[in-house]
Design a protein around this ligand. Structure first.
Ligand code: FAD
Length: 239
């Protein structure tokens, strides 16, 4: 799923099938069920098992609405994400996810940088304090937005020029990156259980979250909806 100008989110793997995924009926199905394991985890208390969604949709609903949250830790997924470094910095505040990221210590980062559109730059919305402009600033004009874009592009170009020159001159990669702009794209894998993906969505799909990470959170929500449809429905209904 393409996001911003050079980014993406894609699913690497999901889990949550429980024992049920190895029954002959489940193995015969083209589409996997990644939510049966949630029911199995809940039934561990009575040594029961999954009984099919006709019978167990009600239990899933009961668990969700009554905040019996731990069974939702028995499903989850790994995503691969390409996003600007400032988005990674916000994302990795979610400590219950596990991460591995591309390292500019080991390989120079490709020259791909985020350029906000003029439309995006004009979103300075005073109602959202975090997205607002500084006190006393003029309303941003179309012309000034273009000036900002040109200046930013020049900064990106200058950094890239200095970066390549430093690498060629023998400066270690881990130090040549010192002036790297936070708009530069990087890539990471993030792994979390379903409970924590939903917590991530609650915080990062909210209007207070920065617009850029919200675009990623919306893409994550689409994946959650595809892979864990019943839980995603409960998430929306109980938001
Ligand atoms: C709109 C918005 C604005 C933000 N602004 C800022 C900002 O200005 N500055 C800033 O530094 N951060 C900011 N953050 C980041 C925010 O403070 C959280 O770090 C981030 O949202 C992750 O939330 P979390 O701690 O609930 O998630 P996780 O780290 O995934 O934790 C999930 C849950 O696990 C539990 N938990 C995890 N670790 C601990 C722990 N050490 N102790 C106790 N319980 C724990 C908590 O119940 C927590 O809710 C902002 C976030 C948002 C959404």
């Amino acid at each position: 799923m393409k996001i911003l100008d050079h980014g993406f989110v894609r699913i690497v793997e999901a889990w949550g099938g429980g024992d049920h995924q190895f029954t002959p009926e489940a193995l015969a199905k083209a589409k996997k069920d990644y939510e049966a394991g949630i029911i199995e985890a809940a039934r561990q208390s009575t040594q029961g098992s999954f009984r099919g969604w006709e019978k167990d949709a009600h239990l899933l609903n009961y668990l969700y609405t009554n905040k019996h949250a731990t069974p939702f830790e028995f499903a989850g997924m790994v995503l691969e994400i390409k996003c600007p470094m400032f988005v990674v910095r916000e994302w990795q505040r979610h400590r219950t996810q596990s991460y591995n990221e591309m390292s500019a210590r080991y390989a120079p980062l490709p020259n791909e940088n985020y350029m906000p559109t003029v439309e995006r730059l004009m979103m300075g919305n005073d109602k959202n304090k975090q997205a607002g402009t500084i006190k006393g600033s003029e309303p941003l004009t179309d012309k000034q937005a273009h000036v900002f874009q040109d200046t930013l592009q020049a900064q990106y170009d200058r950094f890239e020029h200095n970066y390549q020159a430093a690498l060629q001159a023998g400066v270690p990669k881990e130090l040549a990156r010192c002036g790297m702009p936070v708009g530069r794209y990087t890539q990471m894998r993030a792994s979390a259980n379903l409970r924590n993906w939903l917590a991530f969505l609650t915080l990062r799909q909210a209007p207070e979250a920065q617009w850029e990470i919200r675009q990623y959170a919306n893409a994550v929500a689409d994946i959650v909806q595809e892979v864990f449809p019943q839980t995603h429905k409960l998430y929306l209904e109980n938001k």
